[in-house]
Design a protein around this ligand. Sequence first.
Ligand SMILES: Cc1cc2nc3c(=O)[nH]c(=O)nc-3n(C[C@H](O)[C@H](O)[C@H](O)COP(=O)(O)O)c2cc1C
Length: 145
Amino acid sequence: MSKVLVIYQSFGGSTKSLAEAAAVGVSQSGAEADIKDVTKVTADDLSDVDGIILATTQPFQSMAGDTKKLFEQLWLGRDKIKKGTPFATIICYKTDPQATQESLKMFADYLELKPTDDWLTVSADDIEAGKEQARQLGIAIVQGD
Ligand SMILES: Cc1cc2nc3c(=O)[nH]c(=O)nc-3n(C[C@H](O)[C@H](O)[C@H](O)COP(=O)(O)O)c2cc1C
């Protein structure tokens, strides 16, 4: 795998730090990590990548607003997206992240992305441990685990 797009939406910086840690893991595995704020991402950005990591906060028990907006835009531009691209997510949460994770799985399904086995949920109260897990996630998506 040569290029991984790491997308994040963060209000206070915690989710961004998880995305950055994931990008470090990607780079440490010898792949190129392109890290982008969710508002800067277009369907074209997903046309030539070998993996995607999406990190979102969980306001009001759902993915953050610009992240959902991105999926709506991607659906309109879905012809540009490579089918079967490995896709991992990181949710930074305060309370149960399960519903958000299920929504993200649904979007992955709609866009015909390939969910990896190791989607990550990180408590906003335990960011330091989460950063190491995010780094491992970055390594795993490159290695195809
Ligand atoms: C307006 C707002 C509403 C939030 N509501 C929830 C919520 O319903 N459930 C939850 O798990 N976290 C909620 N959070 C907390 C975020 O999950 C937490 O602040 C975030 O994960 C920290 O990441 P960040 O520093 O990247 O923003 C909320 C945060 C904000 C700002």
